[in-house]
Design a protein around this ligand. Sequence first.
Ligand code: HDL
Ligand code: ZN
Length: 452
Amino acid sequence: MSTAVSKDIKGSTLEAPVKPAQLHDLVHKIIARQPALDMHTHLYTPAFGTPVHNRTAKVDPDGLMLWGIEELVTYHYLVAEVYRVVPASVVPYEQFWRWPKSRQADHIWKHLFVENTPVSEACRGVLTTITRLGLDPNEKTLDNYRAFFAAMDPDEYIDKVMQLANVSGITMTNAVFDDNERRRWLANPRVAADSRFRAVLRIDPLLRNFPQAAAKLTEWGYATESELTPTTIDEVRRFLNDWLDRQSAIYCAVSLPPDFRYPANPADSVGQAGQTILEKAILPTCAQRKLPFAMMIGSNLRTQPALRDAGDTSGLADIASLARLCREFPENKFFVTMLARENQHELCVIARKFSNLMPFGCWWFLNNPSLITEMTRMRFELLGTTFIPQHSDARILDQLIYKWDHSRQVIAAVLEEMYLRILQTGRTVTHADIVRDVEKLLDGNFKAFLAQ
Ligand code: HDL
Ligand code: ZN
């Protein structure tokens, strides 16, 4: 039990039954104090380079460590939203992308934050972050914020943000098929050697477009062909093991389209090749290494290609395929998050049947208070405390502050409601119970599933 959380909460001793009137404050305090282990982000260590003007680090235009006001305000969620205010007929997409980041940020700030009320979750998040950093969210321009960040050291800033967000560890997404990232791993094997971060091997092309992935593997020295011969399978497994070793990855991950099916059918874009790679390379390798395989299911990529990263959408995925995988690969552990709201209930139902399935997070378009509330309530009602309620999916370091602030508020409100229902049965709930439950939800369930 994390004594750090429980020792100084006034007005209650650990074993005393909690009264209904105490619940609200106690649950919110315990959730605020419990460090969260963030199991899915797109954040990077400083050694991956930063494109952000700052006090100490060399600016690397292709650097992967994103932080500061201009990255915050040009987050791809906000690019999509600004195009609802200023259409492409006024600012053609390619013109926007040619603008320097500073001009993109000024454009977004003006249209989403000054000339309109920033009520969207992505806008509100920027405001929460600015305020938590001690800055005034009412500025009409970004100038004062720019000055604040220009004086910051990126490495020190990571500690500051983790402390403000009360995040104990950051799990990265390391896309090995991204040349910019891959070359950084090869140039510096210690690029991720930072105790605050853990690596995850992300392999989307291997399942979404095997012929393209096979061509890359051949380029990289693996004897893979586009046909799935035994040699190809062996070489794909060698590739996976090489990179899981290089990254000391704590799990392997993929984002899959809504039409993913297992077994594959002709209409399934992952197809027979993807199924074979999954069955004969990825799952056996993960099982052998006792590593979870994270399946993030339901993303349609580049539905609006002109918006680039902001152009993806969601779709209803097939739960039966997931259930088959959990049943037919009992030696494998599956982290699963799904992108369609309509998939959430069935995901809870199959999680009740398969203990090698760990539902996690309110992903992407679901990461909004109304849907986090709905999903978290449903998960408590069907799964007790045996799930991982949230990950940040942060792409910009500073987002940890708002993504965890906002989620903690919602999770606390739902958990309070659950405890109130328990008290109404006559069963008592102690302060220690709440500390234990919250520790599992924000930290322990993730660690335990990794270690299983
Ligand atoms: O595939 C993923 O991991 C998604 O989270 C995408 O990165 C998406 O663009 C995103 O950032 N969602 O929050
Ligand atoms: Zn993500």
